[in-house]
Design a protein around this ligand. Structure first.
Ligand code: THU
Length: 134
C-alpha cells in the first residue's frame, strides 16, 4: 500500500507553532527503506530561531540514523503553492540529494519539483570554480 505522505504532512502541520507568521507548514520525508519522518515549523519569541517544517523532518530522520531519502511532501494553507526556503533547499540537497519535492496546499493544489531544480547551484564542492571559469 502506498504511504499517504500528504496525510502525514497535513497531520504534522496541525502541530505547527506559528503564532508570529500564522503560516503553518507540515512536511513528511520518506526514506528509501519506506519510513516516514514528519515535521512542522516551530517559531519562537526570538523569530530568528524559527525552524522550518522540512528541517525538523530532516533532522529527526538524520538523528534516527537515516541517510537515504526518496521524497518530501510539504503542506501549507496557501492558495498559491509555496516553495521551501533557501536554507532548506541547501540542506535537502546536502542530505537527500535530488529527491522529489511534492508541494501541496489544503485547497487540493499539487505540484512536483526536484531539489536540483529548486537549487541548481548549491554550495557544494562540485560547484566550486576557478576565477574566470563559468
Ligand atoms: N516555513 C516552513 O516551515 N517551510 C517553508 O517551506 C517555508 C517557511 C515556515 C517558517 C516560518 O515559521 C513560516 O513558515 C513563515 O515563514
Amino acid at each position: 500500500m502506498e504511504i499517504d505522505l500528504e496525510k502525514l504532512a497535513r497531520q504534522a502541520r496541525n502541530n505547527a507553532i506559528a503564532p508570529f507568521s500564522n503560516f503553518q507548514v507540515g512536511a513528511a520525508l520518506l526514506t528509501t527503506d519506506g519510513i516516514v519522518f514528519t515535521g512542522c515549523n516551530i517559531e519562537n519569541a526570538t523569530f530568528g530561531l524559527t525552524v522550518c517544517a522540512e528541517r525538523v523532518a530532516l533532522f529527526k530522520a538524520i538523528s534516527e540514523g537515516k541517510r537515504e531519502f526518496k521524497k518530501i511532501t510539504i503542506v501549507t494553507d496557501s492558495s498559491k503553492l509555496s516553495l521551501p526556503c533557501g536554507a532548506c533547499r541547501q540542506l535537502l540537497w546536502e542530505f537527500c540529494g535530488d529527491i522529489e519535492v511534492e508541494i501541496v496546499n489544503l485547497q487540493g493544489g499539487v505540484a512536483f519539483k526536484r531539489v536540483k531544480e529548486l537549487l541548481p547551484l548549491p554550495f557544494d564542492k562540485s560547484n566550486f570554480f576557478e576565477p574566470g571559469d563559468k
